[in-house]
Design a protein around this ligand. Structure first.
Ligand SMILES: Cc1cc2nc3c(=O)[nH]c(=O)nc-3n(C[C@H](O)[C@H](O)[C@H](O)COP(=O)(O)OP(=O)(O)OC[C@H]3O[C@@H](n4cnc5c(N)ncnc54)[C@H](O)[C@@H]3O)c2cc1C
Length: 516
């Protein structure tokens, strides 16, 4: 019989009660699905956050494969007041990985619950379980010979649509806003009910994956970035493969060019001429696909401007590189290509690079892969920039206006440099809003740097909040702080919902700053 990792218990749960619950979990799931020993929990303890691993160590992990398993787990958790932290594929890198919000919470790992229930090639929809990865979905679609694309985030193959959508993640094809392209959920609630949202409640309906709204209040949003239930199935829309796909880059030399280029791209995005999430990549983010900081300096602290300029010159990287793509019939793409190239020429700045011109350029290749939903791992190069395994995404939302860009970049760079770290950032323009994505990269093994990274992130949150900016998503350490920024009314209503839906607080206490 597996021994319990005896030192760690969920908060407020006595040892005996925990052991009794563990016996019930074993009876329900089988011995192999209740993980307790340190070596079984190693993967859940790997974090990139600027705190000791112990602060997020789970007491146990459970793997479930059926809805009935989850209902059973929920009943036991309610009986013993045991908090569970649900993950689907568990690769929320830079946002907490698979670690729970608090030490001792039990991980509910759904990666083995990985059935593709249906892919409909006519309606271009899928219904999947939480453990399904993008790679699995692509393999299935190819096996069936369907002409459909998926829309992965940058870690693509190893992560999954359910976890990514529930954390309101983004990709790079025209279906990049994942929650927008999800349709219908099945959720196990804390009272054991199995809720099917929207059309899923209608007996015999075949519209669950095609009509999002159903009747009455729209509930799906309640189960994203929240702790109100465990999602066990999700519908999503798949993009029909277009006859022509034309990715391109535009390289801009000067830092200030970003203002003009956002002004140029916003109308193209809102008008649907460029239908995908346009990414405007800063120098070091772009460089990280092939360059390490240690190639240039081993000095601690922020990378000097002169080195950043050398990297630009030696690797022919712009101050900003815009990546976008056109999709459609040849005629549509030709017309839109003319519109785009005319605008770039008229702007007087920016050098267009086509796929043919880019050849084997690593950064272009992986961006082109992402914008058509191919699997690629190149973006993990970010972790080689500084090394040491520390990463936190700082992702404030901005209006898609040129005047917002330099202001945010300058503020972020100033704060990061003050703490000896680099601005490694990009903007993703989705019509009216931009996600400004900054990877706060630091060496986790250097305790001084770890402390600086921690304080730096807190300062970023506070200083951006003073200017009216807030992040769209954050790692476990700062969830409370971000909830504060969104104001007391939102906190109160989230707490009211939590008390109504999960009175014992068994689901992910602390997620998005929400507790009973
Ligand atoms: C180099 C790099 C690039 C990245 N680029 C992107 C990017 O382009 N876009 C992007 O969005 N992210 C990006 N990420 C962040 C992250 O890796 C992805 O968002 C990833 O998809 C999240 O992990 P996952 O899919 O395994 O989700 P999970 O870790 O399984 O889930 C994420 C969270 O959702 C909740 N959750 C999961 N499953 C359930 C469930 N069944 N019921 C209730 N709640 C649940 C939990 O809070 C969980 O912590 C990147 C990371 C790296 C390292």
């Amino acid at each position: 019989m597996a021994e319990q990792n005896s030192t760690i218990l969920p908060r407020g749960v006595p040892q005996q009660a925990f052991q009794d619950a563990v016996e019930k979990f074993r009876a329900l799931l089988g011995e192999d699905s209740v993980l307790l020993r340190d070596e079984q929990l190693v993967s859940y303890r790997k974090i990139m956050m600027p705190k000791p691993e112990e602060e997020f160590a789970p007491s146990a992990a459970l793997t479930a494969t059926t809805v009935e398993h989850i209902q059973g787990i929920v009943a036991i958790c309610n009986e013993y007041k045991i908090p569970i932290w649900t993950v689907s594929t568990g690769h929320n890198f830079g946002y907490g990985t698979a670690a729970p919000h608090d030490k001792g919470q039990v991980i509910l790992d759904l990666k083995r619950m990985n059935k593709i229930i249906e892919v409909d090639p006519v309606m271009c929809t899928a219904l999947i379980e939480p453990g399904v990865t993008y790679q699995q979905l692509v393999d299935y679609i190819q096996e069936k010979g369907y002409k459909l694309w998926v829309d992965p985030p940058a870690p693509s193959a190893i992560v999954g649509p359910v976890g990514n959508t529930l954390d309101r993640g983004v990709g790079y094809t025209p279906y990049s806003e994942h929650f927008l392209f999800s349709c219908g959920m099945e959720v196990v609630l804390a009272n054991g009910d199995v809720l099917r949202t929207a059309m899923g409640g209608v007996k015999g309906a075949n519209t669950w994956q095609v009509f999002k709204w159903g009747y009455g209040p729209y509930l799906d949003g309640l189960f994203t970035q929240s702790n109100f239930g465990v999602v066990t199935k999700m519908g999503l829309w798949l993009m029909p493969e277009p006859p022509v796909y034309k990715p391109f880059a535009i390289k801009y030399k000067k830092d200030e060019d970003i203002e003009a280029l956002v002004e140029m791209f916003r109308p193209l995005s809102i008008n649907g001429i460029i239908p995908n999430g346009v990414v405007l990549v800063g120098t070091l983010y772009e460089a990280s696909a092939t360059v390490r900081r240690s190639d240039y300096t081993t000095e601690a602290g922020a990378t000097p401007k002169a080195i950043i300029q050398r990297i630009r010159d030696e690797h022919k990287i712009g101050a900003w590189t815009a990546y976008a793509a056109l999709y459609g019939t040849k005629e549509q793409v030709d017309v839109n290509w003319k519109i785009v190239t005319d605008q770039v020429k008229a702007s007087g700045i920016g050098e267009i690079v086509t796929e043919e011109q880019a050849g084997q350029e690593v950064a272009f290749k992986y961006r082109a892969d992402l914008m058509r939903g191919n699997m690629t791992m190149t973006e993990f190069g970010l972790y080689n920039w500084r090394g040491g395994g520390g990463s936190m995404w700082f992702a404030p939302v901005a209006q898609a206006r040129g005047s917002e860009t330099l202001k945010q970049v300058q503020l972020a760079t100033e704060i990061l440099n003050q703490y000896g770290l680099d601005y490694v950032g990009e903007f993703i323009v989705g019509q009216r809003a931009m996600h400004h994505i900054i990877d706060v990269l630091y060496d986790r093994t250097d305790l001084d740097e770890r402390k600086r990274a921690h304080d730096c992130f807190a300062t970023l949150l506070d200083e951006f909040a003073k200017q009216g900016y807030a992040v769209y998503r954050v790692n476990n350490v700062y969830m409370d702080r971000v909830a504060e920024i969104y104001g007391p009314e939102q906190r109160r209503i989230n707490q009211m919902l939590k008390r109504a839906l999960d009175p014992n607080g068994i689901f992910a206490p602390g997620k998005s700053g929400i507790t009973v």
